[in-house]
Design a protein around this ligand. Structure first.
Ligand SMILES: [Zn+2]
Length: 310
C-alpha cells in the first residue's frame, strides 16, 4: 500500500517577518526534495480545511476564536509573542495544516494509504490548549490524535516527537489523558524549557528523553532504543502520529544536537516497525521544525523514504 503526501499551497501563504527562521522557503525546499523521481509513487493530495469541531477537540474556544478571528491586512503582521506572528494568509495555512493531518488519518484508517507525510506549516507542537507560541498556531498532531479517537473510535493514540524542541503544547493537551501517549527526544536546556524526564503525565502517559547540547547519533538512538521504542510498544497504540521536526540536524542554526538525515530515516523505520506490529502500520507524520534549508530537504527526504519502505 502507498504512502501519502498531503500539503496545500495555502501553507506557503503564512508569511513571517524578514529574517524569521520559520519561513516560506522551508516548505518550498521540502516539496522540491519530494518532487524527485524516487518520490513519484507518493499519492499526493491537497489538504482540506480542518473543521472548527476538530480544532475544538484540542483547543479552547477562546484560542480558536483568537486565531480564526484575527484580521491581518496584507503586508502586515499580528504578533502573538516575540517569535510567533500571523500574516494575512496565516489563518488559512493553519486550517490547512491541521486539515492535512485529519485527512491523512482518514485516508490511512480507510485503507487508502498505508501511511502519510503532511508537508505543512505553520508547525504545531508548541501550541497549547489555550495559546499559540513558538511559531505554532494550532497543534496539528494533537488535533489529529483527538480526531482519530472521536471520528474513528480509536482508543490509544501515540505521538512520537523528534523535533529538537520539546513539544510542550502536545504534552499540555495530552497530560490528563491515559489513552494519549506522548514521547519526545529534545535538547535540554533549550526553548521552551519544558520536557524534563520528571514530567510523566497524569498516568505515566508522557515520556521525555532530554538530550544535552552536543549529543549526536549515538545518544539519540540510545534514547529511542532504551526508552521511547519500548514504551511505545508497551502502550500498544492503535495509531501513531509523528511530530517530524528536523532541527536536531547538526547543521541547524537553532540548536546544538548533532544528528544527520540518516538518524531521521532510522527513527522513522523504527517507529514504522512498531506500527507494523501494533496497528497495521498506521503512521501519519507532520512537519514541525528544521531551519537549515539544505539539511531540511535532505532530512524530509530521508524520513519519507523510510515511510515508503514500509
Ligand atoms: Zn523545533
Amino acid at each position: 500500500m502507498a504512502t501519502g503526501l498531503i500539503s496545500h499551497a495555502a501553507c506557503l501563504g503564512h508569511v513571517t517577518p524578514a529574517g524569521h527562521p520559520e519561513r516560506v522557503a522551508r516548505l518550498e525546499v521540502v516539496l522540491r526534495a519530494l518532487s524527485q523521481p524516487e518520490f513519484h509513487s507518493l499519492i499526493r493530495s491537497e489538504a482540506p480545511r480542518a473543521s472548527r469541531e476538530a480544532l475544538l477537540r484540542a483547543h479552547s474556544a477562546a484560542h480558536v476564536d483568537a486565531i480564526l478571528g484575527a484580521e491581518i491586512a496584507e503586508g502586515r503582521f499580528g504578533y502573538i509573542d516575540g517569535d510567533t506572528s500571523m500574516s494575512f494568509g496565516s489563518r488559512e495555512a493553519a486550517l490547512r495544516a491541521s486539515g492535512a493531518v485529519t485527512a491523512a488519518i482518514d485516508a490511512v484508517v480507510a485503507g487508502e494509504l498505508r501511511n502519510a507525510f503532511c508537508a505543512v506549516r505553520p508547525p504545531g507542537h508548541h501550541a497549547e490548549r489555550d495559546r499559540a507560541m513558538g511559531f505554532c498556531l494550532f497543534n496539528t498532531v494533537a488535533i489529529g490524535a483527538l480526531h482519530a479517537k472521536a471520528v474513528h473510535g480509536l482508543d490509544r493514540i501515540a505521538v512520537i516527537d523528534f523535533d529538537v524542541h520539546h513539544g510542550n503544547g502536545t504534552q499540555d493537551i495530552f497530560f490528563p489523558h491515559p489513552d494519549l501517549f506522548y514521547a519526545s527526544t529534545h535538547q535540554s536546556p533549550l526553548y521552551p524549557g519544558t520536557g524534563d524526564a520528571s514530567e510523566r503525565g497524569a498516568s505515566g502517559n508522557i515520556l521525555n528523553a532530554p538530550l544535552p547540547p552536543g549529543a549526536g547519533s549515538e545518544q539519540f538512538r540510545t534514547a529511542f532504543e532504551r526508552a521511547i521504542l519500548p514504551a511505545l510498544s508497551a502502550f500498544a497504540p492503535e495509531f501513531i502520529l509523528v511530530s517530524a521536526g528536523f532541527d536536531a540536524h547538526r547543521a541547524d542554526p537553532l540548536a546544538e544536537l548533532r544528528l544527520d538525515e540518516a538518524d531521521f530515516g532510522w527513527a522513522t523505520r523504527e517507529i514504522c516497525a512498531i506500527a507494523a506490529l501494533t496497528c497495521s502500520g498506521r503512521v501519519v507524520s507532520a512537519l514541525e521544525g528544521g531551519y537549515d534549508l539544505d539539511a531540511l530537504g535532505r532530512s524530509a527526504a530521508a524520513h519519507v523514504r523510510a515511510l515508503m519502505e514500509e
